[in-house]
Design a protein around this ligand. Structure first.
Ligand SMILES: [Zn+2]
Length: 265
């Protein structure tokens, strides 16, 4: 098999495999969370030569997360994820043209709209529903495409939503679940390889947007125990609180996202 390296992306591919010509090499990406999903996502987007990667996280590296947060090593335990993560990206991808902008913060109701407004696409891999709904709502209001992923135990999911926002994240999940009904990775556990699979799905959906061939309106789910990948069509709901005919969500307020902002998976 003959392999070539494209000039624009640095992606190695089989000869004859054609990438769309309208690749946005200067695309700015906001990556929400540098955890188990965010680490491989950041690495793959950097290797792909994405224009700018704005990474959002305010956590520190913990030893119990090293099996899935692949940018970090034992020497990084206790360090800020952003400091250790960006250093690892620069070390692992010295030839990448990607610019990095680390942002030491969580996605919060009072900073979300400005952070989202300044980028071309948002990629969210956090581990709590408050952040996920805040991200989905903000991207809808700011008319930005967003890729969202999640992983717990053996299951990982990923979907992308177009700038028009329909169908949206709330068409699928409606509203924040009760805290005791939404276990996170720290509580339920997750297989590192399943998280990596989810990150690969997120990156593929992201690069599809960047390359001008998005796959909006589908939900990918992978079950590691059954080794089964499925692609479901997502249908919009007329009574959706965000994108429905009579939307209830027309702004971002703190009270709508009263969840515990826990660590990224
Ligand atoms: Zn909707």
């Amino acid at each position: 098999m003959v392999r070539i390296k494209t000039k624009t992306t640095g992606v190695f591919c089989e000869k004859g495999f054609k990438l769309p010509v309208n690749y946005r090499k200067d695309a700015k990406v906001l990556l929400v969370g540098l955890g188990g999903l965010g680490c491989p996502t950041a690495l793959m987007l950097t290797r792909a030569g994405i224009g700018e990667l704005r990474v959002l996280d305010d956590d520190v590296v913990e030893a119990s997360n090293l099996h899935r947060q692949i940018l970090f090593s034992q020497d990084d335990v206790g360090k800020d994820k952003l400091v250790a993560g960006v250093a690892a990206l620069r070390r692992l991808c010295p030839d990448s043209p990607t610019r990095f902008e680390p942002i030491q913060s969580r996605l919060l109701p009072d900073n979300a709209r400005e952070l989202v407004r300044e980028v071309d696409i948002v990629v969210e891999g956090s581990d709590n529903f408050a952040t996920k709904f805040l991200c989905a709502d903000t991207c809808f209001l700011e008319k930005k495409p967003v890729v969202q992923g999640a992983a717990v135990r053996w299951i990982t999911t990923a979907l992308s939503t177009d700038p028009g926002g329909r169908p949206c994240y709330r068409c699928l999940f409606e509203d924040l679940p009760a805290q005791d009904q939404a276990p996170n990775c720290a509580e339920a556990g997750v297989l590192g390889s399943v998280v990596g699979f989810g990150a690969a799905l997120m990156v593929e959906l992201t690069l599809r947007v960047v390359h001008g061939c998005p796959d909006y309106g589908h939900v990918y789910s992978y079950d590691g125990r059954l080794d089964r990948l499925r692609r479901h069509k997502l249908f919009s709901r007329d009574n959706c609180a965000l994108c429905g005919h009579q939307p209830e969500i027309v702004g971002i307020g703190w009270s709508a996202y009263m969840g515990e902002n826990c660590e990224s998976p």
